[in-house]
Write a protein that binds this ligand. Structure first.
Ligand code: 13P
Length: 251
């Protein structure tokens, strides 16, 4: 099983349902490389209406942008992984730096979210990445290693087939500044080597590792051409159908 090429959009807290449906329909109707797995990380309110609108034959998959670490209970305002599974949503994004920062999600909490998500039968796009001061101190690889060790590496090798890793340097998110293809490759190679040490070569070779941070139509090709970059997690540029189609067709 070779690893998959993935173009995942993260719409964050953007679009009305009408705008979201229109965007998804344009992607569905657009000319797309069908060998690329296309995933849309949409607001929770959009999951059900989009699930109904997107044709199964389009192979566009949906992701939630978060879930709780419990199956059910007195957690006002939260959505459980079981609820997402009930809607037949295949993916959930966990560990995004915006949730780590604004919602104080730490590595231990993320480990419990991962456990709950996998137990519910979801696949997880797990985000990691360093802030600018860490990059400047050249401790970025160690920082990402800690994130993976504390949140992910308790999983079994068999469970890793349900994990996609997204490396998103915080200094490149929404800033217009991307990591250079070489910086992305350095980290992706380091992550693959961590996977290999922990789980063996097979798991390392079969795990898709995405780059995120100001990926656009005009820079995706160069980033995706790096040997250990298997695709992108795309914020701003995924809100424009033509631009995201260009990203999807950049492999
Ligand atoms: P931008 O593509 O807008 O920089 O966002 C990246 C991101 O955070 C995707 O999860």
């Amino acid at each position: 099983m070779a690893r998959k090429f993935i173009a995942a959009g993260n719409w964050k807290m953007n679009t009305t349902i009408k705008e979201g449906i229109s965007l998804a329909q344009k992607l569905q109707d657009g000319k797309r490389d069908v060998n690329v797995v296309t995933i849309l990380g949409v607001p929770a309110t959009h999951l059900y209406p989009l699930k109904k609108k997107i044709k199964a034959s389009s192979k566009i998959l949906l992701a939630a942008q978060n879930c709780h670490h419990k199956v059910s209970g007195a957690y006002t305002g939260e959505i459980s992984p079981a609820m997402l599974a009930d809607l037949k949503i295949p993916y959930v994004i966990l560990g995004h730096s915006e949730r780590r920062e604004y919602n104080h999600e730490d590595n231990a909490l993320l480990a419990s979210k991962l456990r709950a998500a996998l137990d519910a039968g979801l696949k997880v796009i797990f985000c990691c990445g360093e802030a600018l001061d860490i990059r400047k101190a050249s401790t970025h690889v160690a920082h990402v290693k800690t994130q993976l060790v504390e949140s992910l590496f308790f999983l079994s090798a068999a469970e890793m087939k349900n994990i996609v890793i997204a490396y998103e340097p915080i200094w490149a998110i929404g800033t217009g500044e991307t990591a250079t293809p070489q910086q992305a490759q350095e980290m992706h190679q380091a992550i693959r080597s961590m996977l290999s040490k922990k789980y063996g070569k097979r798991v390392a070779e079969n795990t898709s590792i995405l780059y995120g941070g100001s990926v656009k139509g005009n820079n995706a090709k160069e980033i995706f051409s790096q040997p250990d970059v298997d695709g992108g997690l795309v914020g701003g540029a995924s809100l424009n159908a033509d631009e995201f189609l260009q990203v999807i067709n950049s492999f």
